[in-house]
Design a binder for this molecule. Structure first.
Ligand SMILES: Cc1c2[nH]c(c1CCC(=O)O)Cc1[nH]c(c(CCC(=O)O)c1C)Cc1[nH]c(c(CCC(=O)O)c1C)Cc1[nH]c(c(CCC(=O)O)c1C)C2
Length: 352
């Protein structure tokens, strides 16, 4: 596939460990609810209809790029498109979030899942949105593709939505370890095909979101989450090589898995994204010099007055340094945040 020439490759250079003129910056959940232009469009369309309509998904992906001096775009979609591809109903309820009205209750429910998944048939709309967005971007910045990691997806599929304790999904890990592994393997297989399809469609970096890692302690994380995370990186890169596709950098964001930072950095990912609870200097010491770190401003720092926000950002960058670093928040931006604070965040990063 041929696309417009990339004019700003800071993100990709930093991910590969090359020198950069300025520190690359993007914001997790940068397209979405805090932007009035998103809310306007969203008031007219259902969430998943937007995801499934390449024109709309491309338009929303570009909204933050038109507004801010960002160094990357991330395709507008959601991690829950994989449970949908497996035949589960997922609704996005305004003010509530994702709801799966018929969650998995016991291992016999695994039979309800429609697999193996033909990703072109079930998720081809994401690939189309990626290809269209790559053209619409006109090479301004690279386009990031993403997926939820298997444990995080398993959580939503069993809980039926967001949860405070993840107790039903964790009960599976303790009561049905073999069925849990079967489900995680099935999700790993779909995720590999889905991410390779995104590269084929034009994604230039891939991020895996293990947002629900914070519910697990080290024992469960190492037994159930980490093996899938490692397998996905390896198989996506092997398959891209086999298909003679470009091998794109990959980022792992395992929110709350602070204890596993060393192990995560040895999984083969090019970038490890840190949540805001981790200290940048200690994290660098723990992972060594040969991996790129991403993060990790506390999203709530965007509520601070401008002067304090600038100070927080400067302190963060001083600790990370300019080498092998991609600036971001430590988790997604919240819906009630002021877009002007995002501008200050980005401009302060670029001022170094
Ligand atoms: C990367 C991404 C995601 N969702 C969306 C994007 C694309 C937008 C972007 O980043 O620019 C749009 C995206 N996804 C959603 C919205 C709002 C939906 C709406 O308009 O009603 C948007 C813009 C809805 C959504 N989808 C999800 C939630 C969390 C619910 C919970 O656990 O309580 C919610 C609220 C699940 C979800 N979705 C995602 C994650 C991983 C990142 C993270 O940890 O923040 C997770 C956990 C990933």
């Amino acid at each position: 596939m041929s696309f417009p020439v990339l004019k700003n490759d800071r993100l990709l250079r930093a991910a590969r460990g090359e020198e950069v003129d300025k520190i690359p910056v993007w914001v997790m959940r940068q397209a979405g609810r805090y932007l009035p232009e998103f809310r306007e469009l969203r008031s007219r369309h259902d969430f998943f209809t937007i995801c499934q309509t390449p024109e709309l998904a491309a338009e929303i992906t570009l909204q933050p790029i038109q507004r801010f001096d960002l160094d990357a775009a991330i395709i507008f979609s959601d991690i829950l498109v994989i449970p949908q591809a497996l035949g589960m109903v997922v609704e996005m309820r305004p003010g509530v979030g994702p709801v799966l009205p018929e969650p998995l209750e016991t291992p016999t429910d695994l039979q309800r899942l429609q697999h193996p998944v033909d990703v072109n048939a079930t998720l081809g709309y994401v690939f189309k949105a990626i290809t269209l967005t790559r053209h619409r971007l006109e090479g301004k910045v690279p386009l990031i593709g993403f997926s939820g990691a298997p444990w995080t997806l398993m959580g939503y599929m069993i809980e039926g939505g967001g949860t405070k304790t993840m107790s039903k999904a964790k009960a599976w890990l303790y009561q049905y370890p073999e069925a849990s592994k079967e489900l995680l393997q099935l999700l790993t297989d779909v995720t590999v095909d889905y991410l390779v399809g995104q590269v084929q469609a034009g994604a230039q970096l891939l991020q895996l979101f293990e947002s629900n890692a914070d519910f697990l302690g080290p024992a469960l994380f190492y037994q159930f989450a980490l093996p899938a995370i490692a397998e996905i990186n390896q198989r996506v890169k092997d398959k891209c090589k086999q298909l003679k596709l470009e091998i794109v950098p990959m980022t792992i964001f395992a929110k709350g898995a602070h204890y596993a930072l060393e192990e995560l950095s040895k999984c083969g990912y090019d970038v490890v994204s840190l949540d805001w609870t981790l200290d940048p200097e200690q994290s660098r010491q723990r992972v060594g010099p040969n991996i790129t770190l991403q993060g990790n401003l506390d999203p709530c720092a965007l509520y601070a007055p401008n002067v304090s926000l600038e100070r927080e950002v400067k302190e963060m960058v001083k600790k990370f340094g300019k080498k092998r670093y991609i600036a971001n928040l430590g988790h997604g931006i919240y819906p009630d945040m002021d877009p002007e604070s995002v501008r200050i965040f980005i401009d302060t990063i670029h001022s170094f």
